[in-house]
Design a protein around this ligand. Structure first.
Ligand code: ADP
Ligand code: TRP
Length: 320
């Protein structure tokens, strides 16, 4: 089974990204032949600053390697190192009705938010289809927001196969339904757009300051408190064992513990969980040649498959 997913390099990764996207990506490696790429072409639809795009692309590579992507098992690569996807996207464009793209929620949402109606943004799902079809992936793990794009991919692959003959494997989406929405320090969904994040690789005083800012109700120290629904407890739950969760819940309900204490417990858990990853990341930063080699090797592995598919597709349409 060939599993493929892409992640846009769009800022410092936070605990929400970790539980929603990174941890599942690391777990993928156990399930089959994994391809994980950094979608820097796609990021261009929103990031138009060369230095920022370069830096964020490298950051995502470092973050994923630090979080446990094993390059021996997984091809980790930059999308732009497999430019074959663009030729494939053109071939797919010619079996792609405008209406299919006009119905895409993510396009409509971006336009509603005031983004300009660029062709890149409109054609985004066609490039995503090429990303998936080029290495003939069977399974595409994504968040709910990307489900429609995988459906577009299936439509385009089927249309192409019906028109020109069997070239593409039809991929299945694997939707992460059961991933909890991680709350930010203000209790809304943690998101870099809301400036409410706890970054994975932030540490020391700046991290402590962020944790201390987590919004709680204003109960006094002596008062009993309800853990369910409290933001500090919700974050603690993601990182603690069941016994630890039960013990902290008892202390909430007994009274005599302030939210400040609960925040320190949470901070300890964050440091315990992410400490080893931060250490690994520091080592990787000292060894950027290695990181570059990993990305190049991943791209070479993906390119072999992409070239094979592209040759078949070129034959099928009559370019060869
Ligand atoms: P952001 O909202 O910070 O811009 P993205 O939209 O770039 O994050 O999300 C990248 C990935 O992280 C997606 O797979 C998304 O489902 C996941 N993710 C983002 N925020 C959260 C959150 N608060 N809880 C769970 N998963 C999240
Ligand atoms: N559009 C995806 C996102 O924003 C990223 C992506 C690009 C992707 N190409 C892909 C995901 C191919 C899965 C497969 O999250």
């Amino acid at each position: 089974m060939r599993i493929l997913t892409g992640i846009q390099p769009s800022g410092k990764l936070h605990i929400g990204n970790y539980f929603g996207a990174m941890k599942p990506a690391v777990e993928l490696q156990e399930q089959g032949d994994a391809y994980i790429f950094i979608a820097n072409y796609h990021a261009m639809t929103t990031v138009q600053d060369a230095a920022a795009l370069r830096e964020m692309t490298t950051d995502v590579a470092l973050d994923f390697l630090a979080a446990g992507i094993d390059p021996e098992r997984t091809a980790l690569y930059r999308q732009s190192d497999v430019p074959e996807v663009h030729e494939l996207a053109w071939l797919l464009s010619n079996v792609c009705p405008m209406g299919l793209l006009e119905r895409c929620h993510s396009y409509k949402d971006k336009i509603a938010k005031g983004f300009a109606t660029m062709h890149g943004l409109f054609a985004y799902p066609v490039l995503m289809a090429a990303d998936i079809l080029a290495p003939q992936a069977n399974v595409v793990p994504v968040g709910k927001d990307q489900k429609q794009h995988v459906e577009v991919t299936r439509d385009l692959a089927t249309k192409f196969n019906n028109t020109f003959g069997e070239v593409f494997t039809i991929p299945e989406p694997s939707i992460r339904e059961n991933v909890a929405v991680v709350p930010g320090v203000d209790g809304q969904k943690m998101s870099k757009s809301y400036d409410n994040t706890l970054e994975i690789f932030m540490e020391g005083k700046p991290l402590k300051k962020r944790v201390m800012k987590i919004l709680t109700d204003s109960k006094e120290m002596e008062e009993p408190k309800e853990p369910e629904g409290d933001n500090v407890f919700a974050l603690y739950k993601l990182l603690a064992t069941e016994e630890e969760q039960a013990a902290l819940a008892d202390r909430y309900r007994a009274g005599g513990m302030g939210y400040g204490h609960a925040k320190i417990e949470l901070l300890d858990k964050i440091n315990e969980h992410f400490g080893p990853m931060r250490e690994k990341r520091r080592e990787l930063v000292e060894n950027m040649d290695y990181v570059e080699d990993v990305l190049k090797a991943g791209a070479e592995k993906a390119s072999i498959l992409a070239r094979e598919t592209l040759n078949k597709a070129r034959q099928a349409v009559g370019l060869e």
